[in-house]
Design a protein around this ligand. Sequence first.
Ligand code: BES
Ligand code: MN
Ligand code: ZN
Length: 506
Amino acid sequence: MSVKITFAAPKLPRTGAVAVGAMEGRKLSPSAETLDKTAGGTLSRAIKQGRFTGKKGQILELVAPAGLHNSRILLVGVGKTKDLKDLDLENLGGSVVARMSDTGEAGVTIMVDGLAEAVRPPAERAARYALGARLRSYRFDKYKTKVKPEDKPGLKSVTVMVANPAAARRAFASHEKVAEGVAFTRDLVSEPANIIYPKSLVAEAKKLSKLGVTVQALGESEMRKLGMGALLGVGQGSARESQLLIMRWNGAATPRGKNAAPLAIVGKGVTFDTGGISIKPAGGMEDMKWDMGGAGVTIGLMAALAGRKAKVNVVGICALAENMPSSTAQRPGDIVTSMSGQTIEVINTDAEGRLVLADALCYVQEKFKPKAIVDLATLTGAIIIALGHNYAGLFCNNDKLSDQLTAAGKSVGEPVWRLPLAAQGESYDKDIDSQAADMKNVGNRAGGSITAAQFLQRFVNKGTPWAHLDIAGTTWSSKDTPTVPKGGTGFGVRLLDRWIADNHEK
Ligand code: BES
Ligand code: MN
Ligand code: ZN
């Protein structure tokens, strides 16, 4: 459940909570000035008292100010207006929602004025503000049955006041579809593994058919016929049947475009990763419920694209399996044959993500001949050691694709950092040569994220532009940021939506 957003023509509300801007140097926006006058200078007095200078992100809260009937005024620091970027506006919207959520206010009105020098037209600014508000208002609390009503975040609606509300509404319409995709992804990664397992994840994805997405799934017998020994090996210790989820959105505008090769998004969907026989330690193992984060992003992205009717053809493939130890589980040392024909010695059953992806990558190329592939996977703990929790790791065989993804990530606040990828037969790649098979599924400890990417590259046809995003560090957050409450982040949905919008819908 997230807040309802409406746009309206500028008119200061006489009651309730209202957020107004202040620029760097304690300069009030026009609507803040008006309030200040009505309140006999309460606002300007308040900002003289403290540290509030109007710096970007600062919020000064005045409760029941004398002379006004409003329940509270939020003075929102917007900094220097000419420096304001889209992301800043989103962050401001998110910060207002965060600040309001435990006040007991049911609604807040945001006055977006006084930003004359900012880059975007006012309607687009208002839409960005609203997007931030919407993203931050996400909650996953369906299993909390005992929270008292008075302890629940009560904010239900946000009204954004802007000169041209109809234009703002239009600009927000597609942002809202992306926000819905992000929320869907966050829901999927937040659900525990007794609820989300391969077949139930397929059932969730089937909900996209009402948006016009074609959704299909292959079960184990069909995958066996295709020779997907790598994916099947991972799931063979689980009571839950493995699945290959296939989603298609054919949104290209022209008849010729409709037949054009699609972009392919491939997601790791290990619905729970115990490590298998190479079992993980107990501490923190519950995190492995979100080892389907790549699949979650792929599904949420398809929802976003179909929701906003993106003019592009995209196929989303998710490799879904549960990695369990049992008497039927694969053993270290087992050799499996992948769909590509290449054999893999499974040294460590906990390096399972690359195994399920190997067959998904092979499948998507054989079946769809995509013009580019991006895979997303919570693939390695090593990426968290390398990059922490802000940047996802990017591995790419194509400089142009790499630059596009880097730019898209930067502009939506889901940044990626490129790491090395060697050609086949070179340095890092040699680390996964096996004595017994074509390759083994782990290198040594050093450069663990890179050898994982090298492994995936062995399943990508030469000449196909391909990028791998290791999102192990960014899929889940232990702290709030202005637009992302702690928990499942949905990192990747906005990045890929922007990448597609900027490079493949022209
Ligand atoms: N799902 C994990 C990676 C992971 C770790 C994701 C922490 C999110 C948070 C992956 O399947 C895994 O277990 N990787 C191993 C690889 C190793 C055995 C080569 C790892 O990173 O330890
Ligand atoms: Mn693992
Ligand atoms: Zn895993």
